[in-house]
Design a protein around this ligand. Structure first.
Ligand code: DGT
Ligand code: CA
Ligand code: CA
Ligand code: ZN
Length: 588
C-alpha cells in the first residue's frame, strides 16, 4: 500500500512534539514541523518519488538527513527515531498531547514544574488549582483542561483529530472507491467535516444505494484500512493507518435528507430541532419527520427544516449558537463565499520565507481572478526568514512599482508583516512604514507573556498610526501551540477604536481568528481580512479554508476587508493613514 503524504507528515509532527517535550534544540523541532507542513501540501506523492528513485532533497525544507528519513518511512512504514523517543518518554506524557488545550510546550512545563507524568496527575493538579499558577495558564486554561480531560476519557485510544486537508484527501480516495459501485446514486460527507470544523474526529459518509451489501463489502476491504471496527448490513466502520476512523452508512432515498441532517449535526443543533418538532407533535429522527405514524418529510434537508418552519441552514452554522433563533426571525447571515474575495492581503515572496518570486506570486494571484495582492514579507527581527530591513524593503518597493507598470487590471500593494516587540513597538521605523499601503503586524516571539501584558502589547501596537491588520491574532497553532492568554474583547475594542482589522489566517494549522472570535468581531463592528499567508503559489489556494472558517464565524461580504474592490480598499487604507501621508500606490 502506498504511504500517503499526510501519514508521513503525521510521523514528523509527532516526532517534533516529542522532541519539544524532551527540550530538544528548537531548530530541530522546527525543521521537522516545517518539513511536515511542506509534505502535506505537496502535489506529488513522496512514496512514489522514493519508488522511482527520485531525489527528495529537491523538495522544500528537505535536506539529506530528512530525505533519508523519508525513504525509511516509505520503505518500512516506520521511523526508528520516533519509536526510540516514545520508549524514552513516560508514556503518560504522550497522552497529555491528546488534550486540546495542551501542546508540547505546556507538557514540558507541567512535567518540569509540577512533576506531572500523565492525565491522572494533571487532573489532580488542576483540581487543586496548581495548574493556573504556571506561567501562561491561568484559571480559564485550567477549567478548559478539566473539560478536555473528560472529553479525552471518552475517546478511544489512538483517536486523533485531523485537520481539514488531511480529511479531504481521505474522503477523496474513499469517494473514488464508493462511486464505482453499481447502484450508487449519491454520496455525501457529513459530520464535523461537512460543518468544516477546524479538526475532524472521524469521517461520516452517507451513501444512497440499492445494494447496501456491496457498499459494505467494498468499504471494509478498502486498501487504506488496517482494521474493520464494525461490519453491519447498512453501516460499517474502519480504522485507517493513522488511527483515524471512517463510518459509512447506506440510507434509503426517502430518508436521505433526514439522515444527512442528523449525521451532519452538530448534535446540539439536531437536538434543538427535535425539541422544536416536539412542540408541534412531530417526531424528528434520522429516518424522517413523523406525524402520528406518518412520514411527512425526509427526502431532503429543506423538507425537514420546513416542517418546523425554518429555512435551510448552512452546515457551517449548525452549532446551536443562535442560528435557529436567527432563522426564525429571518435573520440568517448571507455567508461569504470564495467568489466574493477580490484580493489577498498577506503573502510572502522569495525575498524572505516564500518560495516564489514577487512576479510569480502576482501573476498567480491575478490568474485566480483577484484585483490585488499585498506583498507582506517579514521584517528584519525574523532573521531566520531573512526578514527585510529598511534598505531591502525600499528595494522591494521599487520592484513593485516596476512590476505594476506591466499590469492594467491588477495591482500589487506594498506591505509588510512587521514584528511587534514585547513593548508593543514595531520592528521598522515610521519613515519606511509610511511608504507602504498596508502594514500587517504580528507577534513571532514571547508567546507566553502573562495575559494582561500580552493584551497591552497588542493594544499598544494597534495604536500605531500605520497599523492596519493584526495577523494571526491569537498565535495558536492547532494541536501544537496554545493561543496567547489575551483578552480578545479588549483587543477587538482597540481594533475598532483605531480603525484596524483582524486577520483570519487561512493556513490550516492556524485558522486564526477562530470562529467564535470572528463572530465577536463582526458583532463589535471590526472587519476581518481573510488571508492566505501563502509561502508558495499553491498556498494561495488555502484561501478556501479561511472562507469556511469565516462562514463558521457568520461572516458576510460586508464584514470582510478583502471582499472590497481595489478602489474601496485603497480608500479604506487612505482613511487609516495620518492626514499628512498620502497612499503610496495608485490604481491601474
Ligand atoms: P467529530 O467526528 O468528533 O469531529 O464530530 P462529529 O460532529 O462528526 O460527531 P460524530 O462523528 O460523533 O457524529 C456525527 C454526527 O452524528 C453528529 O454531528 C451528530 C450525529 N450524532 C451522533 N451522536 C448523536 C446523538 O447522540 N444524538 C444526536 N442527535 N445526534 C448524534
Ligand atoms: Ca465525525
Ligand atoms: Ca462518526
Ligand atoms: Zn506571514
Amino acid at each position: 500500500m502506498v504511504v500517503r503524504n499526510s501519514e508521513i507528515a503525521d510521523i514528523f509532527y509527532e516526532l517534533a512534539d516529542f522532541l519539544e517535550i524532551e527540550a530538544a534544540n528548537q531548530f530541530r523541532v522546527r525543521a521537522y514541523r516545517t518539513a511536515a507542513r511542506n509534505i502535506e501540501s505537496l502535489p506529488q506523492n513522496v512514496a512514489e518519488m522514493v519508488d522511482k528513485g527520485e531525489d527528495l532533497t529537491g523538495l522544500p525544507g528537505i535536506g539529506k538527513d530528512l530525505a533519508a528519513k523519508l525513504a525509511e518511512i516509505v520503505k518500512s512504514g516506520r521511523l526508528p527515531q520516533l519509536e526510540d523517543i516514545k520508549q524514552r518518554l513516560p508514556a503518560g506524557l504522550i497522552d497529555l498531547l491528546r488534550i486540546g488545550e495542551v501542546g508540547p510546550r505546556r507538557v514540558k512545563m507541567l512535567h518540569q514544574n509540577l512533576g506531572i507524568t500523565g492525565i491522572e496527575d494533571l487532573e489532580k493538579a488542576a483540581r487543586e488549582q496548581q495548574v493556573r499558577k504556571l506561567p501562561g495558564f491561568g484559571p480559564k486554561a485550567e477549567e478548559k483542561i478539566l473539560e478536555q480531560i473528560n472529553r479525552v476519557r471518552g475517546m478511544s485510544p489512538g483517536e486523533k483529530r485531523l485537520r481539514l486537508p488531511a480529511v479531504e484527501q481521505i474522503a477523496q480516495s474513499l469517494v473514488e472507491v464508493l462511486v464505482e459501485i453499481s447502484g450508487v446514486k449519491r454520496i455525501d460527507l457529513a459530520g464535523s467535516y461537512r460543518r468544516k470544523q477546524e479538526t475532524v474526529g472521524d469521517l461520516d459518509i452517507l451513501v444512497a444505494c440499492e445494494n447496501p451489501s456491496e457498499v459494505m463489502d467494498r468499504f471494509v476491504s478498502y486498501g487504506g484500512a488496517i482494521q474493520v471496527l464494525e461490519r453491519g448490513a447498512t453501516r460499517s466502520s474502519i480504522m485507517l493507518r493513522s488511527g483515524f476512523h471512517v463510518d459509512v452508512r447506506v440510507v434509503p432515498d426517502e430518508s436521505f435528507g433526514a439522515a444527512l441532517l442528523y449525521f451532519t449535526g452538530s448534535k446540539a443543533h439536531s437536538i434543538a430541532l427535535r425539541k422544536m418538532g416536539m412542540k408541534s407533535n412531530l417526531k424528528i429522527n434520522e429516518y424522517g419527520v413523523f406525524s402520528g405514524g406518518d412520514r411527512v418529510a425526509g427526502a431532503t434537508e429543506q423538507e425537514v427544516y420546513a416542517q418546523v418552519g425554518l429555512p435551510y441552514i448552512e452546515p457551517e452554522l449548525r452549532e446551536n449558537r443562535g442560528e435557529i433563533e436567527a432563522a426564525l426571525r429571518d435573520g440568517l447571515p448571507h455567508l461569504i463565499t470564495l467568489e466574493d474575495i477580490r484580493g489577498d492581503l498577506h503573502i510572502h515572496t522569495s525575498a524572505t520565507e516564500g518560495r516564489a518570486t514577487l512576479k510569480e506570486m502576482a501573476v498567480a494571484a491575478r490568474e485566480r481572478g483577484y484585483q490585488y495582492i499585498a506583498v507582506t514579507d517579514h521584517s528584519r527581527r525574523l532573521a531566520m526568514t531573512r526578514g527585510l530591513n529598511e534598505d531591502r524593503l525600499s528595494e522591494q518597493i521599487k520592484e513593485i512599482d516596476e512590476l505594476n507598470q506591466t499590469f492594467s487590471d491588477f495591482l500589487v500593494l506594498k506591505g509588510i508583516e512587521v514584528d511587534v516587540y514585547e513593548d508593543g513597538s514595531l520592528d521598522l521605523s515610521p519613515q519606511i512604514l509610511e511608504k507602504l499601503d498596508l502594514v500587517v503586524c504580528s507577534i513571532h516571539h514571547k508567546f507566553d507573556l502573562p495575559g494582561e501584558k500580552q493584551t497591552q502589547r497588542i493594544i499598544r501596537a494597534l495604536r500605531h498610526p500605520y497599523f492596519i491588520v493584526l495577523a494571526h491574532p491569537t498565535g495558536r497553532i492547532i494541536g501544537e501551540r496554545e493561543p496567547y492568554e489575551v483578552d480578545m474583547e479588549a483587543i477587538i475594542r482597540a481594533a475598532r477604536e483605531n480603525g484596524c482589522a483582524l486577520e483570519l489566517n487561512s493556513q490550516t494549522d492556524r485558522l486564526d481568528l477562530a470562529d467564535i472570535y470572528c463572530k465577536m468581531a463582526k458583532e463589535m463592528g471590526v472587519k476581518i481580512a481573510i488571508s492566505s499567508d501563502a509561502h508558495s503559489l499553491s498556498e494561495l489556494d488555502l484561501m478556501r479554508y479561511g472562507i469556511t472558517q469565516a462562514r463558521r464565524g457568520w461572516l458576510e461580504k460586508p464584514d470582510v476587508l478583502n471582499a472590497r474592490s481595489l478602489e474601496e480598499i485603497m480608500e479604506i487604507f487612505r482613511q487609516n493613514r495620518p492626514a499628512s501621508s498620502p497612499a503610496r500606490t495608485s490604481g491601474p
